[in-house]
Design a protein around this ligand. Structure first.
Ligand code: NAP
Length: 485
């Protein structure tokens, strides 16, 4: 069993979807594994007037695994406090229950405040936590915040300022749940644990890197939010940028959270700010239409979308980093809704080798593929000899995908990141410097798009792999997307 941690969680937005689908099941896994045991408590807060019992029943209904006794014992640590975050007086009642639970469960004053609600309320909450004395005077105070972190650089900056008036930067844990995924956390192990890979992990040997975050679902119930966001803000600014940083951050001398984050900051600082001409050349956008069988609605016909909407549900682009090891290596990124399949993967495409041995054919490019989900594992495509007396070369695939039993052992991203926040480990959380860099990158693209003629949307069919322009983006350099859906 893991070592127990004494801690209080205060979940703002405790009645919401994120809390129920991700946070409570994540905490339950920590409870089953012993990282939370006798000395923890959770306060859920939101405006609706729930009782503790009603709150607990709702949580139990979301829990899988574990016995009924374990579930009952777990939720006995949960308390509900009706609270409007804009009302200063409500913080008085919240402070009272915090103090009571701190004493009852011997929490040593350790507090994690989780903002599972709309970001425009983060500043108000942070301010009140300080002015109404809800912060601890003996343990630690930590703040966990969720995306979206702003909708452009100025709004993200204002949000950050509002938060750091109350919390020091090292008390703020910005969740990017991709950083909690098994295979994303595996990247440094692959890069630094295999000398034969570290030696070639640079522009001398790598031709290009392709990152695909494909979703098969459409916008579903999130149209209201999505109409103000779009794929560039929703997926590229955060998840794709964090994956690029994991793939490229220079090896830190000591593998401490501080050095890892300093090293990642170098990647974000090296992001380009594209001119309008560069955006036109390097980025394409799309919006889904109906499927060929007309079974699926076009984005503009979905509930709560504008029938004239120009919001992009697909983005593909080339990102060039200004880092010595990566100059000249295009990072091709692609994400979209209603694509042929749901798949998150990274293809590291190495340069093909010319050699007199290969008289009959040119070898193909070796490829290291990191399958993130739904399958998880590593595939290596290498060249070898075709069996027989000829000197034909043939592609071979070495595959190490997790089987069902191994997959069962993989912790959910929220379980892992909640534990890292409890342990005070910042290495897998987004830092402000990185966010600032990626917002500057994204803002330049949005500004260029705003000046363009209206896009001709919809421009890809539901169930396809996106607009033709995404294929052309690579074709013009003689390359192609390795993953075809
Ligand atoms: N859901 C996800 O999977 C997911 C994933 C990534 C990021 N996020 C982000 O996480 C945040 C929460 O998302 P969600 O899906 O959980 O939203 P949600 O289901 O709408 O929950 C919002 C919560 O905030 C509470 N709330 C709203 N106004 C309040 C106020 N003035 N005072 C106190 N409580 C208030 C609501 O309860 P009352 O109405 O009872 O007050 C509810 O508990 C959003 O920023 C979202 O973008 C969500």
């Amino acid at each position: 069993m893991a070592k127990e941690n004494n801690v209080l969680f205060v979940i703002f937005g405790g009645s919401g979807d994120l809390a129920h689908r991700k946070l409570y099941p994540g905490l339950f896994q920590l409870y089953l594994k012993g990282s939370l045991d006798q000395h923890f408590a959770v306060i859920g807060t939101a405006r609706r007037p729930w009782t503790h019992d009603y709150f607990r029943q709702g949580i139990v209904s979301q829990l899988s695994k574990g016995t009924d006794e374990q579930k009952a014992a777990f939720v006995s640590h949960f308390y509900y406090q009706s609270h409007d975050v804009k009302d200063s007086e409500h913080y008085v009642a919240l402070k009272k229950i915090i103090d009571q639970l701190d004493e009852k469960y011997q929490l040593n004053g350790n507090r994690i405040f989780y903002m599972a609600m709309a970001p425009d309320l983060f500043g108000t909450i942070a301010q009140h936590l300080k002015s109404e004395n809800l912060l601890s005077d003996r343990g630690y105070d930590r703040l966990i915040i969720e995306k979206p972190f702003g909708h452009d650089y100025p709004s993200a900056h204002a949000l950050n300022q509002a938060i750091i008036e109350t919390f020091d930067p090292d008390q703020v844990f910005r969740i990017d749940h991709y950083l909690g995924k098994e295979m994303i956390q595996n990247i440094p192990y692959l890069r630094f644990g295999n000398p034969f890979l570290s030696a070639i992990w640079n522009n001398k040997f790598i031709d290009n890197i392709q990152i695909t975050l494909a979703e098969s679902l459409g916008v579903e119930e999130r149209a209201g939010y999505y109409e103000t966001a779009g794929a560039l803000r929703d997926m590229v600014q955060n998840h794709i940028m964090q994956i690029i940083a994991m793939l490229t951050f220079p090896k830190p001398e000591h593998y401490t959270d501080r050095e890892i984050n300093q090293s990642k900051a170098q990647v974000f600082a090296s992001l380009p700010v594209y001119s309008e001409a560069e955006v036109a050349e390097k980025f394409v956008r799309g919006q889904y239409g109906a499927g060929s069988d007309q079974q699926q609605l076009a984005y503009r016909d979905e509930d709560k979308t504008d029938p004239q909407s120009n919001v992009e549900t697909f983005v593909a682009g080339e990102i060039d980093l200004d880092l010595p090891d990566w100059q000249g290596v295009p990072f091709y990124v692609r994400t979209g809704k209603r694509l042929a399949t749901k798949n998150t993967r990274i293809d590291v495409v190495f340069k093909a080798e010319e050699h007199p041995l290969f008289t009959e054919q040119t070898p193909t490019s070796p490829v290291l593929t990191i399958e993130v989900e739904p399958e998880s594992g590593v595939l290596l495509q290498i060249n070898g000899k075709k069996i027989g007396t000829s000197n034909f070369i043939e592609s071979h695939q070495l595959s190490d995908l997790l089987d069902d039993d191994q997959q069962e052992l993989v912790p959910d991203a929220y379980e892992r990141l909640l534990l890292e926040a409890v342990l005070g480990k910042q290495g897998n959380f987004a830092q402000w410097e990185g966010m600032a860099g990626s917002w500057h990158f994204v803002d330049a693209i949005r500004a260029a798009w705003a000046k363009e003629f209206q896009p001709e949307f919809p421009n890809y069919e539901s169930g396809s792999m996106g607009p033709k322009a995404a294929t052309d983006l690579l074709a013009k350099t003689g390359r192609h997307w390795l993953y075809q859906g």
